[in-house]
Design a protein around this ligand. Structure first.
Ligand SMILES: [Zn+2]
Length: 124
């Protein structure tokens, strides 16, 4: 892959990283806000307890969402590392170049489509 294309992918990945870091911060702050309200003392304890019970699901959803964001952020950072080390766009399993179309759709892809399908089958 030529340098111009690499720079373009790097730019996309850095933008993606910005967005993800912001999302992650927002999610973390949201969780922090929730737990702080437990100590606000504005509601009698029992009411507070009942109210917080209904948000358990939401809190779990927020947590899995932030886990998900963290996971993608990790992949984006790894892709940026691969740009630095010159292995970006190469499949980690078969060492074949990953098609550019795939990288355009998923800039942090680390496997070619064939290997990705193999991996997915292995987990089934
Ligand atoms: Zn492969």
């Amino acid at each position: 892959m030529n340098k111009k294309k690499l720079t373009a992918f790097q730019k996309i990945l850095l933008q993606e990283k910005d967005v993800l870091e912001k999302q992650y911060r927002d999610l973390e702050e949201g969780n922090l806000h929730n737990s702080q309200s437990d100590f606000s003392g504005e509601m009698p304890f029992e009411e507070e307890y009942a109210a917080s019970g209904t948000t358990t699901f939401e809190r779990e959803r927020d947590l899995s969402l932030s886990e998900n964001v963290k996971d993608i952020l990790k992949r984006v950072n790894e892709a940026l590392d691969r740009i630095d080390s010159g292995t970006f766009g190469v499949c980690e399993m078969c060492s074949q170049p990953i098609p550019e179309e795939r990288l355009k759709a998923l800039p942090y892809a680390n496997l070619c489509i064939t290997c990705k399908q193999k991996e997915e089958k292995a987990f089934r």
